[in-house]
Design a protein around this ligand. Structure first.
Ligand SMILES: Cc1ncc(COP(=O)(O)O)c(C=O)c1O
Length: 382
């Protein structure tokens, strides 16, 4: 089948978190991480069939769905997941918060490397844990990686949990096996549980492998809570379906206890979308990756050639570009670009002041419009 990613669909007046706030204004929204593409037709067909059934009762994952997820982990990543390790969730942010609640006690510390997806920074405090952040290092100005000296320095006996984003939102790195093995060893030596948010793992744009953290060794698996979802890859975040994979029975019991009575069930649509996406969405995903790769290349060359004072680093995964605009000397870069008709995510919420994040998960024409507005904002400063 040929998939048309060029077709722009009007998302105004659809209750979109991304488009809603700017309705009635000439502002192109490129912040919130969903894509302006329709879901794979294979998913829409499955949802239509589910609607036609007409009964939308309480749901549970079917054996077929569980087999689809374990099959996906085995085929794509060589990771043998046992069905009982899977805990279903209506969203991955819930999983991050539940993890913070399940591990350690109030007053303990949760560590993460910044900049990072903002819920990593709010979840520990939601659960009365102290937040400890350690900046990622940008080696040679091109490669974001962990700062091992600072991680060691920041660690205390109260540090019980590390929140890892792999692949990384917003810097776009796919950390390699060596980096993740070292981080996993760092955690195990200090009795720190590792939570590996791998929601972007099926959006690797370059020919590099994503290795699930827990697939590295049984010892690492026993100390890891993995969080995954079809939502970023297949553009289904509004369906609300994600899952944790927790091999260790004690850790899994603590996680289930922490979510009991608070986290609602996944809906019939969430499960139906998830199964269709993983079971039949692979040709669409491959086509998407090709499209995103071209968008990514366009963003990188545009920044290099057209935007003096803006820097970025290679983007190995995700549809998000992390732009360093510090040299522009703007006090509030997001407001400045909104004044030029473009909405971006504010780096301050990621603990990355002076940066903005641009979402290039959109038709090429929309991207060109956004890049033109970005340039207008930069040129206005000359
Ligand atoms: C790293 C990461 N985790 C989680 C989420 C959101 O997950 P959910 O919508 O399932 O709560 C996002 C969305 O951008 C993300 O980038």
């Amino acid at each position: 089948m040929v998939y048309d990613f060029d077709r722009a669909i009007d998302r105004r007046a659809t209750g979109s978190e991304k488009w809603g706030p700017f309705e009635g204004r000439d502002v192109l929204p490129m912040p919130v991480a969903d894509m302006d593409f329709p879901a794979p037709p294979e998913v829409t067909d499955a949802l239509r069939r589910r609607v036609d059934h007409g009964i939308f009762g309480y749901a549970q994952p079917t054996a077929d769905l569980v087999a689809t997820v374990t099959g996906m982990c085995a085929e794509r990543y060589g990771w043998k997941v046992e069905p009982k390790w899977i805990v279903w969730l209506p969203g991955l942010v819930s999983g991050i918060n539940v993890t913070c609640r399940a591990v350690g006690m109030p007053g303990d510390a949760v560590m993460t490397a910044v900049p990072v997806y903002p819920p990593f920074l709010t979840a520990p405090r939601n659960m009365k844990r102290d937040l400890v952040t350690v900046p990622l290092r940008c080696e040679g100005g091109t490669r974001w990686t962990f700062d091992w000296t600072e991680l060691e320095r920041a660690c205390t006996p109260k540090t019980r949990l590390f929140l890892l984003c792999q692949p990384h939102n917003p810097v776009g790195r796919v950390f390699d096996r060596g980096e993740i093995e070292r981080l996993a060893a760092f955690c195990r030596e200090r009795n720190i549980v590792l939570c590996s948010d791998e929601i972007h793992c099926d959006l690797v744009l370059d020919d590099i492998p994503h290795v699930p953290t827990a697939a590295l060794s049984p010892e690492i698996a026993a100390n890891t809570i993995t969080l995954m979802a079809p939502s970023k890859t297949f553009n289904l975040p509004g369906l609300g379906c994600a899952f944790a994979i927790i091999p260790d029975p004690k850790l899994r019991a603590a996680f289930n206890q922490a979510k009991a009575g608070i986290v609602p069930q996944v809906t019939v649509f969430g499960y139906a979308g998830c199964e269709a996406a993983y079971a039949r969405g692979e040709p669409w995903r491959r086509a998407l990756i090709r499209y995103l790769r071209a968008n990514r290349d366009r963003v990188l060359s545009f920044v290099r050639e057209e935007l003096p004072g803006v820097e970025t680093t290679p983007i190995e995964a995700t549809y998000l570009a992390w732009l360093d605009v510090r040299a522009l000397g703007l006090e509030d870069p997001v407001s400045h670009f909104i004044d030029h008709g473009l909405a971006l995510s504010d780096g301050r919420f990621f603990q990355g002041p002076g940066y903005v994040r641009l979402n290039f998960g959109c038709p090429r024409e929309t991207l060109e419009e956004g890049l033109g507005r970005l340039k207008a904002g930069v040129d206005a400063l000359r």
